[in-house]
Design a protein around this ligand. Sequence first.
Ligand code: ZN
Length: 312
Amino acid sequence: MPDTTPPPDLLPWQWPEARWRGIVEKVRAGRSLKPKAWPGGAKVAVALSFDSDHESGELREGGSSPGKLSQGQYGNRRGVPRILDLLEREGIPATFFVPAVIALLYPEEQRRVASQGHEVGIHGWIHERNSILEARDERELMLRSVETLARIVGTPPVGLRTPSWDFSQATLAIVREMGLLYDSSLMADDEPYELIEDGEATGIVELPVEWIRDDAVYFNMNRFSALRPYTPPSAVLEIFQAEFDETVAERGLFLLTMHPHYIGHRSRIALLRRLIQHMKSAAKNDGGVWFATHRQIAEYCKDEAEKERKLG
Ligand SMILES: [Zn+2]
């Protein structure tokens, strides 16, 4: 495995080819895992995910502001219940990625999520930023997070979404060591693909994300920054629908990342409700929509790819 740590005496434009190539090849997109067809002849697969960050946004910065923590608690008190009610009414499964500290603060929330048929996935210990951690600390936190979620939910998680999609040079090795099924933090494609580490196929499924399909981009308000993106829900609905409609045309995967303390507000849960109605009606007469958890999609894509391989 090439050493990708830049020596202090060399600047990036002075690196030999082996160094920049080694950095790029550490984690790459391999073969596409987009299946030839979705289950039941569905036109499109839809994976809704909710990152239940709650108070971890403030905690991971080392903060202790009751004001900011209260914004996070809203995710538990209002956000998750509204989301679960909507998903239940619409009969849709989803995936909730939860930092272990949040699962410890709200074990009942996680058990309710799981009992309603949704998946609970890994989202770090305290929403730490992996790329600034030592590899051994990242590994230790990941092991602790998995053990904590398994104990609270009752079944071990099989998928990871790195906090803030901050996937480090060490993350994939840890994912492989733990035998996880999938990751959902990277952006090399619209469709599922296999992760490659140092040129070697890993068997790990990547379910790619994008900032375009993330509610935080449009709704995250920071009082002490010049950037205050209070985007109207109608504009966000327009973007998400346009993404979805093109996905239907390509018969692909539509994956959306949301956060209970953003999307759970009144005007925004209405946008999610309208989006779901749009998705259901858009594909109604042509195979419909396969709404599935990340786990179901990763398992299906991996199985289909294996069948294809055997057929040669
Ligand atoms: Zn998060």
